[in-house]
Design a protein around this ligand. Structure first.
Ligand SMILES: [Zn+2]
Length: 414
């Protein structure tokens, strides 16, 4: 039976760190319960019965790494190991099981749906995290995309991280510890667990083993996803995702003139919008229906007028949240397309340089080779840079359509 760390692909070092920390955390609990046997792993004074049992345990962690490297997978696995009855993350006990399925009473997961996590949400969370764990182990708060905290929310979190309640653990996930992602003061209070981009072979192995994907498909998907485990899984299993990728990779062939460049820009933007729409439409409708039911839509009688006024406010709030989520989904979809496109020009570049590396997109390798011949290394590099500049511009809040049009023109002109 694989334990809770089994899904962390190609992250041996991080897993070793987390296993040691979980063992130290379990020792802290045993010590608190009156057991005075020496505290093991993670403690510099291990072996000395009088050693501070808290020395190996840290109350705030940051998991960093590129998208798809498994930041939230790692945070969840560590949370499970903290709640594990055996303190190891066995994968079988109720503590592990409820944490992994998202139903543990002492594990809270914050997944920001909009572009940022607000201060109200964070204050409520910090308050609840300070309560005594009902299961007698730890209160764990996982914050996905901690780089999307607003400044005020970050300050609310900082207070809790600076003086953590004795049984509370914060697990933050962010792309990096750059000050743009995580404030320097929060960073200074946290232990960092860096995750690396898993090698394609490791991704292919887990797709084949756990998801039952045929080995050749798994290898293709792992290479095409460029180390992004979730994306590789989608490419291997979802024909729609494959179709969207094919459309993106057809772009370089279609750039035959100015008009074609603008058409390609429109097509790319609209495809991202459609993909985002498809990903949120179901949950939007379900949320709205649930809220309307809760508000007793269409009610009459005493108090109905006041209730309707309150309901209108709540519905408006929901619409605002959903709109923000849709914007985020659109940006994510567009970014995935740009990463695919960057992979294509990177292939052309490595071919022009005759570098002995495997192509990202094996299925467009011939087109990339033709491009390499036509453009030379300099031309391929300029095009790769145009794609990366487009990503950076969108990240810096330039309107996506403008950034993508500029990119398409640069790709056409070279
Ligand atoms: Zn367990």
């Amino acid at each position: 039976m694989p334990d809770v760390f089994a899904d962390l692909v190609g992250q041996d070092e991080a897993v070793a760190t987390l296993r040691r920390a979980a063992a130290a955390a379990a020792a802290v609990l045993r010590h608190a319960a009156g057991d005075r046997t020496p505290v093991p792993a993670g403690n510099a004074d291990a072996g000395t019965p009088a050693a501070d049992p808290g020395a190996g345990m840290t109350h705030a962690w940051i998991f960093t790494g590129p998208p798809g490297s498994g930041r939230s997978v790692a945070a969840r696995a560590f949370a499970a190991a903290l709640q594990c009855v055996y303190g190891t993350g066995c994968g079988e006990c109720p503590g592990c099981h409820t944490t992994m399925t998202g139903t543990h009473a002492d594990v809270r997961l914050v997944v920001p749906e909009g572009l940022s996590i607000g201060v109200g949400e964070m204050r409520a969370l910090v308050l609840r995290a300070a309560s005594t764990p009902s299961g007698g182990r730890w209160q764990v708060v996982i914050i996905e995309d901690a780089d999307r905290l607003t400044e005020a929310a970050g300050n609310a979190l900082l207070k809790a991280v600076e003086e953590p309640p004795p049984r509370t653990v914060f697990l933050l996930c962010a792309p990096s510890t750059h000050p743009d992602d995580i404030s320097v003061t929060i960073r200074s209070r946290c232990r960092v667990v860096p995750l690396r981009q898993p090698p394609p072979a490791a991704v292919a192995e887990v797709l084949a083993r756990r998801d039952g994907v045929a080995p050749d498909v798994a290898q293709w998907a792992a290479a095409a996803a460029q180390g992004h485990v979730g994306r590789a899984r989608r490419l291997a299993r979802d024909p729609e995702a494959r179709k969207r990728r094919d459309a993106v990779l057809a772009v370089p062939r279609r750039l035959t003139g100015v008009g074609a460049a603008f058409d390609a820009a429109s097509a790319l933007i609209e495809a991202a919008e459609a993909e985002a729409e498809a990903s949120v439409v179901e949950s939007d409708a379900a949320e709205r229906a649930a809220l309307e039911t809760a508000l007793g839509a269409g009610g009459t009688g005493r108090g109905a007028a006041g209730a309707i006024r309150g309901a209108a406010g709540q519905l408006k709030e929901l619409e605002k949240r959903q709109k923000s989520r849709a914007t985020r989904a659109q940006r994510d979809a567009l970014d995935r397309a740009l990463v695919d496109l960057a992979g294509f020009y990177r292939d052309a570049l490595t071919m022009a340089l005759r570098a002995p590396v495997a192509p990202v997109h094996t299925d467009t390798a011939e087109v990339a080779a033709a491009g390499a011949q036509k453009w030379d290394a300099e031309g391929a590099l300029r095009r790769l840079e145009a794609v990366l500049a487009c990503r950076a511009a969108i990240e810096a809040n330039v309107k996506p359509r403008i950034a993508v049009e500029a990119m398409m023109l640069a790709l056409w002109k070279g």
